[in-house]
Design a protein. Sequence first.
Length: 436
Amino acid sequence: MKKVVSLVLTVCLSAFIFIIPSSAEQPPFVDMTEFIIVDFKDGWFYYRVLEEENTLYRKRPDDSWSMIVADDVSRYSSFHISGDWIYYNSVSDYKLYKIRTNGSDKTKLSDEEWLFVMEESGDWLYCRESSSGGTGFSKMRKDGTEYTKFTDDDYDLIEFIDVVDDWIYYYAVRYEYEGAITEYESNVLYKMRTDGTEVTELCDKTDRYIKAIIDDWVYYIKFTISSGMNLHRMSLDGTNDTLLAEEILQDFLIDKDWIYYQQLFYPRKGVNKIRLDGTEKTNLGFAALSPLNIFIQDDWIYSCYYSLDYSTGRYDNHLGKIRTDGSELTDLSDNANHIYAVEDNWIYYQEDSIDVIDDRGYDYHYPGKIYKIKTDGTKKTEIVFPLTLVQEDTYNNNQETNPKTGVADSAVQTVLFGLSGFVLCMTFVIRKRFSM
């Protein structure tokens, strides 16, 4: 009898202990080198795990849990986030799908293969179509209806630029091949009505990298043998070509009424800003790692920049801010490589990459860790990406509570372990009593 009672109590205790939910345990964190951040949107990191090529995850910076958004998003193709939806080409059948950012309501939008969303305007998606014959251009409603194909798949590249006053502006490129790409056959800026009619060639130049359309002007980089790549603008009809900056540059950023750019080759003189018409040129006095990785808020420019360490002769990367007039350059953190976002007085950024040489002499290149820091340089915190996953309908991402009970998992864990201890004590007492 004693053995039976003891066995029953032991089994009950074991069962009681093992019903403690595993979700109450801390997730096993891993090094950031196993992850690649692909986007930061509306307060969420979207990322991939290197060993899982087609799985897209997301997490908030302050959450300890991550969730799978979709497991069929190819790492080799882009996806488009708009509000609560993600549009992507599935690796399962190469069709265009949409799925909510929380991983629900996955919907196929089209039976056409190899559609990639380039841009949206109103209720319309503008897509690039790829096939063995080349690249085409089409549009459809966000629910997948009213699919309309604009061009045949006979271009090598098509880039959507903008929709302005019921006109679509885009450029299309064809290359000339002789075993390899030798030169542009055509690089044409077009406009056409949003219904696909009135296709008009605005200019046919082989030397223009078109970036933006603002107030009836096209802003672009023009390449010439004599002067390299320079910043220009022209009218929408291809006339009034105007040189805005003589420096050789690779890219530029437009914010409100200003253009920000940086000379491409050494000696770099730092970031410049000019008005949209090329006037009021101002050197801001810092050298950005990339002129496109600049965030401008409340008269402050946030950027990763580099400075020369004269003691070592090496360039050091920093995270900093500077007034839009070029004053008050402030160093916020060292060892910074890329800013993902500046939101609610927080900067989300990535450290410099890490180079490791093993004992065999092989050089390994790893991405740096992710941090957040206040815009005043305080409260620097590493953002750790967990492998433990949880579905969004199971846990509240803000408070990590169990929706079935409304109680935090840590509280549930404490209560259950307390009860487990009580049962253990009672088992000991009862066994002691029977043994007497």
